[in-house]
Design a protein around this ligand. Structure first.
Ligand code: NAD
Length: 449
């Protein structure tokens, strides 16, 4: 590219052109390319939802030199002020802006990318507004509260050519990648079965238990905005910050909390491509059949406590997703036709041949996408316009067996036949109407309203 040509390109065009020619290494855009109007070569960021995971994610982005956090947004004034102060302390100034309403942050033209770590019912709307505003998104797992919302999100990212990273950070940890490479390179032979072991019950994150009375919301919380598109219910401390995940109005229980981790890894191993399942491959289960134990639907914590979901995938592969069943160990275990296996979990790595788990073991020529730092991978991809290690389509496909398993359980264990290309249940038309949810007015997503 000549100097004259490069001067005529804006920043996004430049990074896109650079990505098209040099995919191997991240492109650092020199500000000299842009003349006197040069934006810095930092990715500017807004952080929306700065509670538990959002605080952690924000800390990661604050630690990346070529990223600059400009603004934060939260419905809880305490979380908002803490985050704002933290950013200002880091940069030794008072520049970080704090917004009660995420739409004001998304309206800023000087923000390139957003980190969102919101309760599940709030994943879709801000992500789609962000994509339509041409912002890249680091979003959390599970990508969506409902299957239809996940479809709309992946479509919005694709239509707007946005970079999306899912917080499924296990993909950026060596034992998970090595496990995947062992499978891709045929060490366990043809995969016959995959076991995905997830937690059961409920965890009490706020030490509130599940027996709080309804009450007025605390004065620091804009409860109407917090409950947003979900059904309006009285404020209850036991299903507020962090513990919202144990109630289906907002969350999806242990199954949906973890599906974007271990099922995501299971799919990565099954997909013999660099980026896992997708972005163009419409892979998914052929059938899904789930059975689970549910508390009283009116209970404060009403999500499934014990579950087992059997899925048939193409090529005769069986995937079992279970929580609370002793025969399925935590993490992801791929099992081959001849009984060889690889089992990965956080801090654990086992295989039928212990040699395979050594870092230096030569896995073979098929290399999985390499990322050592999930947050940095996002920032690099914002620059190169190369897909991240967990794009939106991949995250949507990873969550799909969870959404369908939950639906099957709620239909009393009905086996659902699934067409992964059209994303429809083919043996029960009425089930298709249960893959989305009505949103509380005025909130809506036009593409699925
Ligand atoms: N990747 C991981 O390992 C990991 C771990 C924990 C949680 N998560 C995910 O992160 C997300 C958040 O979970 P959490 O445990 O941090 O929840 P949390 O309740 O601790 O934090 C959510 C924050 O979002 C704020 N919020 C709610 N509605 C908002 C709105 N409309 N605008 C702005 N802020 C709003 C809340 O006030 C709160 O501060 C979930 O999707 C969860 O599954 C991922």
């Amino acid at each position: 590219m000549s100097g004259k040509q490069s001067k005529n390109l804006n920043r996004r065009q430049f990074t896109k052109a650079a990505a098209a020619t040099t995919l191997a290494a991240p492109v650092i855009v020199p500000s000299s390319v842009f003349g006197k109007d040069a934006p810095s070569n930092k990715i500017t960021m807004g952080c929306i939802g700065v509670g538990w995971q959002g605080g952690g994610n924000m800390g990661r982005f604050l630690g990346i030199d070529d990223c600059r956090v400009l603004a934060v947004s939260d419905t809880d004034k305490n979380h908002l002020r803490n985050a704002q102060n933290r950013v200002n302390r880091k940069y030794k100034n008072k520049d970080c802006k704090a917004y009660d309403d995420f739409r004001d942050l998304l309206a800023r033209k000087d923000i390139d990318a957003v980190m969102m770590a919101l309760p599940d019912h709030w994943h879709a709307i801000p992500a789609i507004i962000a994509a339509n505003s041409k912002k890249d998104v680091f979003g959390e797992k599970p990508i969506s509260h409902t299957l239809r919302e996940g479809r709309a999100m992946a479509d919005a990212m694709a239509k707007n050519k946005r970079i999306w990273q899912t917080g499924s950070w296990q993909r950026s940890v060596f034992n998970f990648r090595q496990g995947v490479e062992l499978v891709h390179n045929g060490h366990i032979g043809k995969v016959k079965r995959v076991e995905v072991g997830l937690p059961s019950g409920h965890a009490d994150f706020n030490r509130t238990g599940n027996k709080c009375p309804d009450s007025d919301p605390p004065k620091e919380l804009n409860y109407d905005m917090w409950i947003g598109p979900a059904k309006m219910e009285p404020y209850n401390r036991c299903r507020s910050h962090k513990n919202w995940r144990w109630n289906y109005n907002i969350g999806g229980g242990q199954l949906m909390d973890w599906i974007g981790h271990h099922c995501d890894i299971a799919h990565w191993g099954l997909a013999d491509t660099e980026f896992g399942i997708g972005p163009d491959d419409k892979i998914g289960p052929l059938t899904v059949e789930g059975k689970g134990d549910f508390p009283d639907p009116k209970a404060i914590w009403n999500t499934c406590t014990k579950y087992r979901i059997n899925c048939q995938y193409p090529n005769g592969v069986e995937v079992v997703i279970a929580g609370g069943h002793r025969d399925i160990g935590g993490g992801t275990k791929w099992i081959g036709e001849d009984g060889n296996w690889v089992h990965v979990n956080r801090g654990r790595f086992k295989a039928s041949n212990p040699e395979w788990t050594k870092r230096k073991f030569e896995r073979g020529s098929k290399k999985a996408y390499y990322s050592q730092d999930h947050w940095r991978n996002f920032i690099e991809c914002c620059k190169t316009r190369k897909p991240t290690i967990t794009p939106a389509e991949v995250a949507h496909r990873s969550a799909t067996p969870g959404h369908l398993g939950l639906l099957s359980m709620r239909l009393g264990g009905k086996k659902l036949n699934w067409d992964a290309k059209t994303e429809t249940v083919t043996n029960d038309k009425s089930a298709n109407g249960k893959l989305g949810k009505n949103m509380r007015a005025p909130w809506k997503i036009d593409s699925i309203a």
